[in-house]
Design a protein around this ligand. Sequence first.
Ligand SMILES: Nc1nc2c(ncn2[C@@H]2O[C@H](COP(=O)(O)OP(=O)(O)OP(=O)(O)O)[C@@H](O)[C@H]2O)c(=O)[nH]1
Ligand SMILES: [Mg+2]
Length: 186
Amino acid sequence: MKTMRSVVAGTVGAGKTTFVRTLSEIAVVNTDRSATDETLLLKPETTVALDFGRLMLSPNMDLHIYGTPGQSRFDFMWELLIQNAHSYILLVAAHRPDDFKYAREILVFMNQRVKLPMLIGLTHTDCLGALEPESIMNSLGYDMNDKNRPPIVKINPTNRASVIEALVVLMALIIESSNIKLSQVP
Ligand SMILES: Nc1nc2c(ncn2[C@@H]2O[C@H](COP(=O)(O)OP(=O)(O)OP(=O)(O)O)[C@@H](O)[C@H]2O)c(=O)[nH]1
Ligand SMILES: [Mg+2]
């Protein structure tokens, strides 16, 4: 059995835990605990270590999917998870512009440690005040016209079809980065 490992990183409340729960075929390992600080204003619980889920990709390949904590005081978990990953998704809540700077800091953290296929997942695009992808990408330090920028996918983590769609984009990036031709994939 071959195992792919993907990490779902991103800002507090962006939807990382929800993404893992929606995708996983097994009961997820979840470490959400009562929020005690400013996160409490946003939601009652927050991830303190990791979320873990699993999905069969084929009879001989599975995907282990790990959600990170959003809070930077748990960044030792970001380190641990990203060092063992084959790819990652950065989730950014499109309706919380105050968090874009922090999302950029998470990106810098990851990119200083690994060079992996990754995409930007915009969540909460259905919410009031959601910004357009171009403006969010600018805040993250990307030029929309730059051919080398990561792909952006709008994701609703509560919707399985949406989560699967993002996963397909991620898998295509992994295949592209490993120089395997799509026609060779069984
Ligand atoms: N309307 C809407 N709600 C969303 C979306 N994505 C996530 N949510 C909701 O946002 C809330 C927070 O989601 P979580 O999955 O706990 O967020 P998280 O990124 O794991 O948060 P931390 O672990 O605290 O960093 C949940 O109630 C989700 O249902 C979205 O795209 N649209
Ligand atoms: Mg979480």
